[in-house]
Design a protein around this ligand. Structure first.
Ligand code: C5P
Length: 241
C-alpha cells in the first residue's frame, strides 16, 4: 500500500453543525484524508449544502443517513443521495432484502459502475446488546445477527457494511475479500478513548481486513489535526504491511 492509499482509507467524521465548520475542516484535511462523513445531525442542520461544501473543497462524501423505510422510499432517497455525487451511502439491513434489492436496482439503473456510490448496510448498531435485541423480539446473539445481516446485504447486491472493529474478521470470513468493510470505533495509539469502548487501533483494524476507517475525535480534538491524520495514515500503512 502507498502512503496515498493509506490516507485514502481515512474517513473523517464531520461531527459539526455549520457550513463554516465544514469549510474549515475540508480545507485543513484536504489531501490528508480520503473522505468526509456527513451524518444525520449535520445533514439535518445544513441539508445537501453540507455535501456540496465538502465537494467544493475537492473532498469526497460518505452520506451516513442509515435509511430504513419501505422499499420504494429508500430507493428514492438513495437515488437522491447518488445524484448528490456521494461516494458512500448507507441503509439499515434490518429493512430487509426487498428494500436493499430495490435500492440497488434503482441506483444501478441510473448510474454506471464508475459513477455510482458504493452502497453500505448497517447490520446491528454497536449500541445494541443481547438485551436490547430481545426487547424487540430478536432472540439471536448480536454476532449471529451481524453475520446474518451482512450475508443478506451481500446477497441483495449491497457493496459492503459498516461494522465495529470486533466484527471485521467474522464478516470477512462470511462475505469474502471484495465486500467493503467500513469501521468506526478505531483509536490510534496516541489518542484518548473518549466514549468508544470496543476499539482497535488503525493498524489492528486494517490487518483484520477493514477497507476504510471512520475517525472523528482523534483528529478533531488533536492539538495538530493534520499531524494526527498523518500518524493515523502511518498506522494504517503498518497494518497493511
Ligand atoms: O469521534 P469518533 O472517532 O469516536 O467518531 C466516530 C464516528 O463514527 C462518529 O460519527 C460516530 O457517530 C460514528 N460511529 C461510531 N460507532 C459506531 C457507528 C458509528 O462511533 N458503531
Amino acid at each position: 500500500m502507498t502512503a496515498e492509499e493509506a490516507r485514502n482509507k481515512i474517513i473523517f467524521a464531520l461531527d459539526v453543525h455549520g457550513l463554516d465548520d465544514i469549510d474549515r475542516w475540508a480545507d485543513t484535511l484536504a489531501g490528508k484524508v480520503g473522505m468526509f462523513k456527513v451524518g444525520k445531525e449535520l445533514f439535518t442542520s445544513c441539508g445537501p449544502a453540507a455535501v456540496k461544501a465538502v465537494q467544493r473543497h475537492g473532498g469526497q462524501v460518505f452520506l451516513d443517513l442509515k435509511y430504513h423505510d419501505i422499499p420504494n422510499t429508500v430507493a428514492s432517497a438513495m437515488l437522491e443521495a447518488a445524484r448528490l455525487g456521494v461516494v458512500l451511502a448507507n441503509l439499515h439491513a434490518l429493512g430487509g432484502a426487498e428494500m436493499m434489492e430495490t435500492c440497488v436496482a434503482a441506483v444501478h439503473k441510473e448510474f454506471n459502475d464508475a459513477e455510482r456510490p458504493r452502497l453500505l448496510a448497517v447490520t446491528i448498531l454497536t449500541s445494541s446488546t443481547a438485551h436490547t435485541l430481545r426487547q424487540v423480539g430478536i432472540e439471536h446473539s448480536v454476532q449471529d445477527m451481524v453475520v446474518r445481516l451482512a450475508r443478506l446485504a451481500k446477497a441483495s447486491g449491497m457493496d459492503g457494511v459498516v461494522a465495529s472493529p470486533l466484527e471485521i474478521g467474522l464478516i470477512r470470513e462470511a462475505c469474502g475479500p471484495d465486500f467493503l468493510i467500513v469501521t468506526p470505533g478505531v483509536r490510534p495509539s496516541f489518542a484518548a478513548l473518549d466514549d468508544q469502548k470496543r476499539i482497535m487501533t488503525p493498524t489492528e483494524a486494517i490487518s483484520a481486513g477493514a477497507d476504510y476507517l471512520v475517525v472523528g475525535r482523534p483528529i478533531a480534538k488533536a492539538a495538530n489535526p493534520v499531524q494526527a491524520a498523518e500518524l493515523i495514515a502511518a498506522e494504517i500503512l503498518d497494518g497493511a504491511a
